[in-house]
Design a protein around this ligand. Structure first.
Ligand code: ZN
Length: 195
């Protein structure tokens, strides 16, 4: 059986889809969900999963480099912004945004568990203001980190805000108030509508 990029191109060209892969204007610098590629096809026997260690290695070395060049506040801001983009794209490409809120949250909970991001729970929701409190247990970004008395899940803050923005059409500000790195067992996020 034919494998690799040639087979993928053939598959898509049969459907009349121009993958644009060799065009000069194609770039990975503007994020698009499709640019994550055909992971199943490309990874072959190694498969779609990998150890959390590898994810954290990239995340925390990136944090180091950005902090040294831009300072801690700016580095955290970059992580929030990247997380927000991820949350928005994740919601729009993977979740049904038309179901009612409780169904949406249940689907999100299942998706995050299946992807091994963490165990999401809603602690509070005010339907009048839209304000929400969620916890994430066994969090991908921080569970098991040394206690440094800080909240470190800036990427998650953005990720959750991006998901809430996409579902509600409103703008959310999400702040982590408890974190494993702060001595808690779960991460707790307060979300509030800013406009
Ligand atoms: Zn955390």
């Amino acid at each position: 059986m034919e494998t690799g990029i040639r087979a993928v191109r053939k598959k898509y060209s049969k459907k009349g889809i121009n993958m644009n892969i060799f065009k000069r204007d194609a770039t990975l610098h503007d994020f698009k969900w499709e640019n994550l590629g055909d992971i199943k096809e490309g990874r072959g026997d190694l498969g779609e999963d990998m150890p959390v260690l590898v994810y954290r290695l990239m995340q925390y070395t990136m944090l180091d480099v950005l902090t040294k060049d831009f300072g801690a506040d700016k580095a955290n801001e970059f992580f929030v912004r990247a997380g927000h983009l991820a949350g928005k794209e994740f919601a729009e490409n993977n979740l049904d945004l038309k179901v009612d809120f409780h169904k949406f949250l249940a689907n999100l909970q299942t998706a995050l568990r299946d992807l091994k991001v963490g165990i999401l729970r809603m602690e509070a929701f005010d339907p009048d203001t839209g304000n929400i409190v969620v916890t994430v247990g066994q969090d991908l970004d921080c569970s098991g980190l040394p206690i440094t008395n800080e909240t470190v899940c800036n990427y998650d803050e953005g990720f959750i805000a991006g998901i809430l923005d996409s579902y509600t059409g409103k703008k959310y500000f999400v702040k982590e108030v408890d974190c494993w790195a702060n001595g808690d067992r779960v991460c707790r996020f307060n979300g509030s509508v800013v406009d």
